[in-house]
Ligand binder design. Structure first.
Ligand code: HEC
Ligand code: HEC
Ligand code: HEC
Length: 170
């Protein structure tokens, strides 16, 4: 009887650990830089999202921070929650906050789906494990909203055009 109670406790405590995906970081997504895949990593590297953490060290950032009474933008939760990926969420060692707004900011923490999402027949399984294929405008606007500082109006079509990274057809 005691033995079963013990097992029961293990299961109860382990469940949330299994259920919560961890962020693994863009370095783990290197397959997405193959030409036949569409070189998404290169496209991302050239985008402002890759610079989102670094920009917190600029003069403009210091100005925004000062206006909010924040001492150091690159260490403040109030800035990092939009200028990095999954701020405050569990992450694996490979994850580097300094790489800014990474793949998983839009596609979901990948620890659960990284090993299976490369096969088309696993699409549904990968989605069930946390893969987000197209979060749409609503997802963009969790960050593209003038909560902490002014910013340009968010025109979804135009903004998507700037960061698009499709797979080659066929
Ligand atoms: C709600 C999400 C969010 C928060 C919180 C946030 N930012 Fe931003 N930040 C953005 C987005 C989105 C952009 C891109 C703006 C655009 O497209 O015009 C941006 C752009 C910037 C830029 C570069 C563009 C510019 O306006 O010069 C700086 C610098 C910056 N943010 C600093 C900060 C600092 C410092 C903080 C904390 C005080 C902060 N941000 C908090 C979302 C956020
Ligand atoms: C700012 C959000 C954002 C970031 C960052 C981002 N993506 Fe995406 N990605 C999207 C959206 C939105 C789509 C769906 C676009 C559509 O269907 O029009 C997409 C589509 C894709 C697709 C499918 C393309 C197709 O044609 O089927 C792949 C593969 C992909 N992203 C990989 C990546 C990788 C790898 C990274 C990091 C190097 C990354 N994405 C970074 C938002 C993002
Ligand atoms: C996790 C927060 C976050 C999400 C989600 C996000 N962005 Fe961003 N985005 C930023 C930040 C922060 C910047 C500014 C980075 C900088 O200036 O270095 C930015 C900058 C951009 C820029 C460049 C703007 C400029 O001033 O040139 C484009 C385009 C953009 N985002 C499009 C999108 C689209 C489209 C989506 C949704 C598919 C999206 N973003 C989702 C945080 C986010």
């Amino acid at each position: 009887m005691k033995k079963y109670a013990f097992l029961f406790l293990i299961v109860i405590f382990a469940l949330p650990l299994v259920a919560q995906n961890k962020f693994v970081g863009t370095n783990t997504c290197a397959c997405h830089n193959l030409p036949k895949q569409g070189k998404q990593v290169d496209t991302w590297k050239k985008s402002k999202h890759a610079e989102a953490f670094n920009v917190l060290k600029s003069d403009k950032a210091a100005e925004y921070a000062k206006a909010k009474g924040i001492a150091k933008a690159s260490e403040a939760k109030e800035c990092l929650e939009c200028h990095t990926t999954g701020y405050g969420e569990p992450a694996e060692k490979s994850f580097k906050m300094e790489m800014g707004v990474q793949c998983e900011a839009c596609h979901g923490a990948a620890s659960g789906y990284k090993a299976i999402h490369n096969k088309p027949e696993n699409k549904e399984k990968a989605i069930a494990a946390g893969l987000i294929l197209d979060g749409g405008e609503k997802m963009c606007k969790t960050c593209h909203t003038p909560k902490m500082h002014e910013m340009k109006e968010f025109d979804f079509k135009k903004m998507m055009e700037e960061i698009k990274h499709p797979m080659p057809k066929g």
